[in-house]
Ligand binder design. Structure first.
Ligand code: DHB
Length: 310
């Protein structure tokens, strides 16, 4: 039994895509919808459609990926309408809508539209896109984070989560958790890509992506220890009413098991899904089932969050 829960939402299993991966248009969202993932999240939306940064802008490398997409998306209305149709045609099921306004007013504008719609799922406010030239990530500006959450919760009364960037300092875990604990968040999602890495093609003595002179968000195996640390740090600091979604370095059932042990309730697949397509969910689920069986666990809740100390 793989059942997972966020607030009052129940999912058949904890797997999802990572936002941005396999979720930007109808065809890929349909594939996700028909896959064995427990839920899915739509590409971070802006109010208007965007072409994004020039290509190449996503490159697979041996230990992961580097990207600087620049928020290419079909515009907020597309993702809201897709989600409304999904819930209409799949009673009892919901998805997540991710929003990433270029300015605070754009986030509030999209939150108002969701609030005024029939959308019954979860909304993810992305505080951590590292790829917009000249725009700092909100999640690294603690005052800006507190302000946008204050403004959002003044009117927004549907389940809301935030996507965070990775933090690397214990004091930052403490300070961010203290801010997040002031709000009735449904969940926090840790982590977005490790921002502004630089991958080099040694033979050509060159960067490998075009935007930002090669700087981009790092995902995949490189980031798993950072992701697990962030999941664990927030799981141990946040109010128990705030669930954790784990994202980063997930390629196998073992990786999912580790995120769950750290306290994640849902676990997302990014780089590995991008490389291999939606059949990865079947393989990962069967690997997770095997680990649980070997260990004698019948339900995820038997071990979720129960990472041992030494
Ligand atoms: C993009 C990348 C991100 O990591 C994110 O959270 C949102 C958007 C992008 O470049 O499109």
């Amino acid at each position: 039994n793989f059942t997972s829960k966020i607030g009052s939402f129940k999912f058949e299993n904890p797997l999802m895509n990572a936002s941005g991966v396999w979720c930007d248009d109808k065809e890929k969202l349909d594939e996700l919808k028909n896959s064995s993932s427990g839920s899915f999240v739509t590409k971070s939306a802006t109010p208007q459609m965007r072409e994004g940064n020039p290509s190449p802008r996503y490159i697979e490398v041996p230990l992961g990926s580097i990207n600087s997409m620049g928020l290419p998306n079909l515009g907020f209305d597309f993702y809201l309408n897709y989600s409304l149709k999904f819930q209409e045609n799949n009673p009892g099921k919901v998805n997540f809508i991710s929003i990433a306004g270029m300015k605070p007013e754009e986030n509030l504008e999209m939150l108002h539209k969701i609030n005024d719609s029939d959308f019954k799922g979860l909304t993810e406010l992305n505080l951590s896109c590292p790829n917009l030239p000249g725009k700092p990530q909100i999640g690294y500006d603690f005052e800006a984070t507190e302000l946008i959450l204050k403004q959002a919760f003044e009117f927004f009364n549907k389940p809301l989560g935030v996507k965070l960037p990775p933090y690397f300092d214990m004091v930052h875990f403490d300070q961010m958790a203290e801010i997040l604990n002031q709000f009735p968040l449904a969940y926090v999602n840790c982590i977005n890509s490790v921002g502004n890495g630089l991958y080099i093609d040694t033979e050509n003595e060159s960067v490998v992506i075009k935007p930002k002179d090669g700087f981009g968000g790092i995902g995949g195996a490189y980031v798993k220890p950072t992701a697990l640390a962030n999941v664990r740090a927030f799981y141990t600091r946040l109010n128990k009413s705030i669930s954790i979604i784990g994202c980063g370095g997930v390629e196998s059932g073992k990786d999912v098991f580790e995120h769950l042990l750290c306290g994640a309730e849902m676990v997302q697949v990014g780089t590995h899904l991008m490389r291999n397509g939606t059949l990865v969910f079947d393989k990962i689920l069967s690997e997770l089932a095997e680990i649980m069986e070997q260990k004698g666990y019948k339900n995820i809740k038997d071990f979720r969050g129960k990472l041992k100390s030494l």
